[in-house]
Design a protein around this ligand. Structure first.
Ligand SMILES: Cc1cc2nc3c(=O)[nH]c(=O)nc-3n(C[C@H](O)[C@H](O)[C@H](O)COP(=O)(O)O)c2cc1C
Length: 171
C-alpha cells in the first residue's frame, strides 16, 4: 500500500474571511489537511517558518508580496523525517498572491521527488488554485502532479465530505 504524507502550511491569526477580517484559531488549510488524514490516513506535517509572518493580515499581505517578488526561500523550522519512504504526498497551502507561500518552495526544493505522486490542495478567497498546479509541475521534476482540490477558506470547516471524497479518488 502506498505510504501517504500530508504536508501543509496554514496561517492562524487575522485572516480575510468572506469579505471581512476575522481572527481564526485554526488555519483553513489545516482543517482540510486533517479531513484528508481522517479519510485516507497517512502522516501529517505542518510547515512552519522560522520567522513568523505578521499577525496582521494587511502586513502579512505585504510581507508575502515582497517574498514572491524576491523569489525568497524563507527558512523553515524542520523537514518531514524519512521523506524518501513516502510515495504519495498531499501538499496543502493557502493561495497567496496566486500561488503557494514561498515556504512551500523551500520545502519541496529540498527533496528528490522523482517517481512520487503529488496531490495539491489549496484554500483561498476566490482565486482557486491560481498558478500553483503549474508551479508545482515545474518544481516537482519527475513526479506526477495530480489535479488539485480548491476550497473556499470560509467553507473549509464544512468541507469534510468534499475533501474526503476527493482524497479517496486521488490516491
Ligand atoms: C498573504 C496572503 C495572500 C493572499 N492572496 C490571495 C489570493 O491571491 N487569492 C485568494 O483567493 N486568496 C488569497 N488570500 C486568502 C487566503 O488564501 C485564504 O484566506 C486561505 O483560506 C487562508 O488559509 P490558511 O488559513 O490555511 O492560511 C491571501 C491571504 C494572505 C494572508
Amino acid at each position: 500500500m502506498a505510504k501517504i504524507l500530508i504536508v501543509y502550511y496554514s496561517r492562524k491569526g487575522e485572516n480575510y474571511w468572506n469579505g471581512s477580517l476575522k481572527n481564526i484559531s485554526k488555519g483553513n488549510t489545516e482543517r482540510v489537511a486533517e479531513f484528508i488524514q481522517n479519510a485516507v490516513g497517512g502522516d501529517l506535517f505542518e510547515v512552519e517558518t522560522v520567522k513568523p509572518y505578521s499577525d496582521s493580515y494587511m502586513t502579512c499581505i505585504e510581507e508575502a508580496k515582497q517574498e514572491l517578488r524576491e523569489k525568497a526561500r524563507p527558512e523553515i523550522k524542520g523537514f518531514p523525517e524519512n521523506f524518501e519512504e513516502y510515495d504519495t504526498i498531499f501538499v496543502g497551502y493557502p493561495n497567496w498572491w496566486g500561488t503557494m507561500p514561498m515556504c512551500m518552495f523551500t520545502l519541496l526544493e529540498k527533496f528528490d521527488l522523482t517517481g512520487k505522486t503529488i496531490i495539491p490542495f489549496c484554500t483561498n478567497e476566490g482565486s482557486g488554485m491560481g498558478s500553483s498546479e503549474r508551479d508545482l509541475k515545474a518544481l516537482c521534476k519527475g513526479a506526477e502532479v495530480k489535479a488539485g482540490l480548491s476550497v473556499h477558506g470560509a467553507e473549509a470547516e464544512n468541507s469534510e465530505n468534499k475533501a474526503a471524497a476527493w482524497a479517496k479518488k486521488s490516491i
